[in-house]
Design a protein around this ligand. Sequence first.
Ligand code: THU
Length: 125
Amino acid sequence: MDNRELYRRAKAALPNAYAPFSNFRVGAALLTDSGEVFTGVNVENSSYGGTICAERTACVKAVSEGFRHFKALAVAAEEEKAYPCGICRQFLYEFAPDLTVITGRDEEHLEIHQLSELLPEGFRL
Ligand code: THU
């Protein structure tokens, strides 16, 4: 699974995003060390603080199915690039401090970062 394919999986998840309040749809695809891909979308709520981002949806799906080791995460919004928010960075850091993060407005313009660059000194108990 290369970066482009993982990004395509994130993009393909976009139609399932539930974003009636922001109209900002986000898809994510999380690649496990053993090659499985878990996708996620943002799911908003009338009580705005209840909203969950696409990246956390993907991570929670994976962990709840017994997968905790991750290699890479791709994030796709509709026409612009989206970087994981601060809460998602910390959430992902819990399981994958060495995660590769892939974003970009389309698959021809991917930007690749390490989670350690996006979240230096993440918190750990
Ligand atoms: N959102 C994500 O799902 N992931 C990101 O990387 C940035 C923000 C969602 C949360 C909310 O539903 C909408 O985008 C606008 O903030």
